[in-house]
Design a protein. Structure first.
Lengths: 261, 48
């Protein structure tokens, strides 16, 4: 029995050790330096491939023609606006429960990217809707709840920037993240709970994709490209802010002197 | 050329992609600018 528990506890133990190691700003800064080029070149590789494939090589839709190609922007950005919020929720718990200050800093950076993804989703959705539905905007359940998500993101960003003290600002923003979390299931299930104009899910964990393969593959590649891009920007900005926040520490002085900024 | 016309939907498709491209580019420009500012700021700060 003891051997069984040890087998399962070791990877979890390693994970916690890694988390606490990375929670120290100096370790985080130096370790993540190697991650940046992976994220950067991954994004620069997959975004053009996914979008180029979707724009020029995927077959046109029999109903929507070439207008459907907006999907390669709209779905990744919408998906990321939700998944980044989930990441924020996770980071907020790390801050509020485990008091990992770095999580608070990361959360602010994630909020910025999440807001931009929500904005992109709403704008590309509106541009897509005009030729297809005849309207730039309708107060449909999914559109409205996604707009509310954007407003929640903006509220979190505004709250955070209202505080000079980053510790206080992060904590309040973290609480707001958790309160706003209710919007996520509303957005996700809106197309089932209400009689909506916005179509239902094309991709789901449990069912086969409702989109043809030659259209699906560029969508998945685009999604990967956007995710890597967001990861890159978030990490880049977080490392930058970390240097500023920790400037009184010796390790920051060392970093600046060694030219590693 | 037919690819650029996007089956008549060119205005919509290209304005969506144009907005996305502009947004992604501006993000990169601002983040590198801020990085350079930070570097300068910290170098000055540590000289004192």
């Amino acid at each position: 029995m003891r051997a069984k528990i040890a087998f399962f506890s070791d990877p979890i133990d390693t994970m916690w050790k890694f988390l606490y190691y990375m929670a120290a700003p100096k370790n985080f800064y130096h370790t993540t330096r190697a991650w940046l080029p992976l994220l950067k070149y991954g994004a620069l590789l997959f975004l053009p491939i996914g979008l180029g494939w979707g724009l020029f090589f995927a077959p046109p839709d029999y109903q929507q023609g070439d207008a459907f190609r907006i999907i390669y922007l709209h779905v990744p950005s919408a998906f990321l606006s939700l998944s980044l919020y989930t990441v924020m929720a996770f980071l907020s718990v790390l801050l509020l429960v485990w008091r990992i200050k770095l999580a608070g800093l990361m959360m602010t950076m994630v909020a910025q990217m999440g807001a931009l993804m929500a904005l992109l989703a709403l704008i590309t959705g509106g541009i897509w809707g005009k030729p297809m539905w005849g309207a730039w905007w309708v107060w449909d359940a999914r559109l409205t709840s996604e707009l509310i998500l954007l407003l929640i993101y903006l509220a979190i960003i505004a709250t955070r920037s209202a505080f000079d003290n980053p510790d206080q600002g992060d904590k309040l923003a973290a609480i707001m993240v958790l309160i706003g979390l209710i919007d996520l299931p509303i957005i996700h299930y809106s197309v089932y709970w209400w009689n909506t104009l916005h179509q239902g899910a094309t991709l789901s964990v449990f069912a086969k994709p409702k989109i043809a393969a030659p259209m699906l593959y560029p969508l998945l590649i685009s999604l990967l490209g956007f995710a890597l891009y967001c990861g890159w920007v978030i990490l880049y900005k977080a490392r930058n802010e970390l240097l500023l926040r920790e400037r009184r520490q010796q390790w920051v002085r060392d970093v600046v002197e060694q030219g590693l900024v | 050329m037919s690819h650029l016309m996007m089956g008549g939907y060119a205005l919509y498709v290209w304005s969506a992609y144009g907005f996305a491209a502009a947004m992604l580019a501006i993000i990169l420009v601002t983040m590198t600018k801020r990085r350079k500012q930070t570097r300068k700021l910290l170098q000055q700060w540590f000289k004192q």
